[in-house]
Design a protein. Structure first.
Length: 215
């Protein structure tokens, strides 16, 4: 079985990155992180990468005059590494269409809502404002339309009367840290295959998102 080659893009603390690293180190995931790239030089996720001897690349978006020029440099960095999958793990920049098309369909993202609900930001507050009874997390293929690509896997949890945006974020993180390594495991085992149409899971098109079952 081939080892899955990953490039992980982050903007912050890198808790999902750590979950992926832990899955690799424990033998649960047959993958190698070729590099961690952050658009923020102070992102703690870069420190996590260095602690595990993973190449950590700081590419400060503020040093570029346009989003297009930044993404061209980011694209060049990734193409030099030739990863199987690009993992967006708390990467807080909207990618240009040109970048997305260069790697389509092998870029995946994790989003804190039950897509297509609540694309974009402030998902936890929006779920509370709408008096939702359930909320969750989606892993999807990245397409040029923000948070609109085919959804591979969703995890759900109940919203109770005491929940706040902070508590919903904590619940979402608990799911994320289990779900992202699982989807990557499926990719490494070739149970999951990404395509320009529907993703394929066990040779069957994923027409509706797979549902994550907590162990």
């Amino acid at each position: 079985m081939n080892t899955l080659s990953l490039v992980v893009l982050i903007s912050g603390s890198g808790s999902n990155l750590q979950a992926i690293i832990d899955a690799i180190d424990s033998g649960r995931l047959n993958a190698k992180i070729s590099a961690v790239i952050s658009n923020r030089p102070d992102a703690y996720g870069l420190t996590r990468a260095k602690q595990h001897d993973i190449p950590a690349i700081s590419l400060d978006h503020k040093q570029f005059s346009s989003r297009e020029l930044f993404d061209l440099q980011l694209q060049a960095e990734i193409q030099a590494l030739q990863p199987d999958i690009i993992v967006l793990a708390g990467y807080m920049r909207i990618l240009t269409t040109e970048f997305i098309n260069a790697f389509f369909p092998k870029t995946i993202n994790i989003h804190p809502s039950l897509l297509p609900k609540y694309q974009g930001l402030n998902t936890h507050q929006r779920a509370l404002d709408n008096n939702d009874t359930q909320h969750g997390v989606s892993i999807h293929i990245v397409t040029p339309e923000l948070d609109s690509g085919p959804v591979i896997l969703q995890g759900k949890f109940d919203i109770d009367s005491q929940d706040t945006p902070a508590s919903l974020q904590q619940k979402a993180h608990q799911l994320e840290h289990q779900m992202y390594p699982l989807v990557l495991k499926w990719l490494s085992e070739q149970r999951l295959q990404l395509s320009s149409g529907s993703p394929m899971f066990d040779k069957t098109p994923v027409q509706t998102p797979l549902l994550f079952e907590q162990s």
